[in-house]
Design a protein around this ligand. Structure first.
Ligand SMILES: Cc1cc2nc3c(=O)[nH]c(=O)nc-3n(C[C@H](O)[C@H](O)[C@H](O)COP(=O)(O)OP(=O)(O)OC[C@H]3O[C@@H](n4cnc5c(N)ncnc54)[C@H](O)[C@@H]3O)c2cc1C
Length: 453
């Protein structure tokens, strides 16, 4: 087995939005930082699974996600790779943030390397070595075989809590009553969509778009269109045998580029993202549904007649799988009551948004306008391993709370805080559970973060 001679301060496993921001946060705080990522680029679901737009950086008019995640968008906007935060025309949340995928891959790499961080691509976590309450090394699978890597503190940003699970951290999965997870979705990137035709159709058919509550002129409030609906057309297609899986609406979002649209409509139910055999079957079912949706869109939806399906990405989108059981588990009631915590490290104004694990339907609990909920540091820290921080969608939250915190701006903010905490744990030579929350908050503010504690 190869062994890297470098002992890193911080190794982040997983280079999605939470891992990238964790690594940038740690490196800017002075830690010698490495990101290990299974693909050949950063961004996770945003760049590997066609997820987009980022939603939402706001709670009412207040931008509650700032810091390095906000900076990423500012930098991309300057280069014409994002229109920035624009009004959400679906009527679902406050703002959405479209972006150019290739631009994001490169910008994340630049932010990381400018901060002094390093990258190891095409490396998948294979094994975790522990000694008592410490992770002593990880082993990754690479093109040159197995490779051992060591660090003082590890950050699990795999989305699935792979590192935590390998290290023996207690984890839960899915809905408390039966373990069922939100469905997966094979996202589709379509080009050559005539979005003016889509806008005209919406204005002339308000009853197709119940989410807009009759106010179809909303769709002109943003430079890019986001829309969920076509409910009658969908019913017609279903009756004709042209749409054959449980989904209540057609949902899509215009991306940064003219004529480019991200379709979020397939619904892949009953598979397990943590079981490689089941995960493989989910990919195949997702692709089957994607081609069905492609045919449906071209036949039934105005503006899609000449569209081209250009991409389903290297991976199906996974909304939820394992969650670590941390020192605190954020709950649905905490989200609804906007419970405050002394160790808050991130906020979100996103609603509770749960795609039904049972079939059709998406539960959507809209918060009171302008309010936001609070995520405490203790959700990132487990009770078994003293040098492991978890960031991303697998932090310690219950099924309902996960529906509110899981989206990408929030996960970027949580990641940055986790990376900063990892750097402090190294500098102060303390277990991650003993890192002073005040210090994390101060450093987060110094790094441009938004906190209201
Ligand atoms: C279908 C779908 C639609 C969504 N729509 C939106 C939306 O419109 N807007 C929005 O903001 N959010 C949306 N989300 C939510 C959002 O995409 C995720 O919750 C978010 O990306 C989670 O970020 P993360 O960093 O925790 O994980 P991920 O983005 O999943 O990143 C994890 C990273 O770790 C890597 N990795 C995983 N395991 C290993 C391993 N063992 N070894 C090495 N590397 C590994 C992966 O390759 C990946 O790069 C959607 C999610 C899905 C699935």
């Amino acid at each position: 087995m190869n062994q890297s001679e470098t002992v890193y301060d911080v190794i982040v496993v997983g280079g999605g939005i939470s891992g990238a921001m964790a690594a940038i946060g740690a490196a800017r705080a002075g830690a010698k930082t490495l990101v290990v990522e299974q693909y050949g680029f950063l961004g996770g679901m945003l760049t590997a699974a066609g997820v987009g737009p980022m939603m939402t950086f706001h709670a009412g008019d207040q931008q509650v996600i700032q810091g390095t995640t906000g900076e990423l968008i500012d930098r991309m906007q300057e280069k014409g790779q994002s229109p920035g935060h624009i009004f959400d025309t679906t009527g679902f949340t406050y703002t959405v943030t479209p972006f150019d995928v290739e631009g994001m891959k490169r910008e994340l790499e630049m932010m990381l390397t400018e901060a002094g961080g390093e990258l190891l691509y095409h490396a998948m976590l294979a094994f975790v070595e522990t000694d008592g309450d410490q992770v002593t090394s990880i082993t990754v699978c690479t093109k040159s075989g197995l490779m051992k890597l060591t660090a003082k503190v590890f950050v699990d940003a795999t989305g699935d809590a792979d590192l935590a699970n390998h290290a023996g951290v207690e984890c839960t999965k899915g809905r408390e009553s039966d373990g069922a997870c939100q469905p997966m979705t094979m996202k589709m990137r379509m080009m050559n969509v005539d979005t003016q035709q889509v806008r005209d159709y919406i204005k002339n058919n308000p009853d197709e778009f119940p989410r807009l509550e009759g106010d179809v002129n909303k769709i002109d409030k943003a430079s890019r269109i986001s829309i969920g609906g076509f409910v009658k057309t969908l019913a017609k297609g279903r009756e004709a045998g042209d749409f054959n899986f449980p989904r209540e609406d057609i949902l899509f979002f215009e991306a940064n580029n003219v004529g480019e649209v991200i379709v979020n409509t397939t619904r892949v139910l009953g598979f397990d993202a943590n079981d490689p055999w089941s995960f493989s079957l989910a990919e195949m079912e997702g692709r089957r549904q994607a081609l069905e949706v492609d045919r449906f869109l071209k036949k039934y939806i105005p503006g899609f007649g000449n569209s081209v399906l250009v991409y389903t990405g290297p991976q199906i989108g996974v909304r939820s799988s394992r969650q670590i059981k941390g020192r605190y588990t954020l709950t649905g009631p905490d989200i609804h009551s906007r419970k405050s915590f002394p160790d808050t490290i991130a906020h979100t104004g996103y609603p509770v948004d749960i795609h039904s694990p049972d079939g059709e339907g998406t539960a959507h609990v809209k918060p009171e306008w302008g309010t936001f909920c609070n995520i405490p540091y203790r959700c990132l820290v487990n009770r078994q391993i003293s040098n492991l921080i978890t960031v991303g969608r697998c932090i310690s939250v219950d099924f309902e709370a996960q529906g509110a915190v899981r989206t990408t701006p929030t996960m970027g903010a949580v990641g940055q805080a986790g990376g900063i905490a990892a750097a402090i744990a190294v500098q102060d030579a303390v277990p991650v559970g003993d890192v002073d929350a005040d210090k994390i908050q101060k450093l987060l503010l110094n790094q441009g973060g938004f906190l209201c504690v």
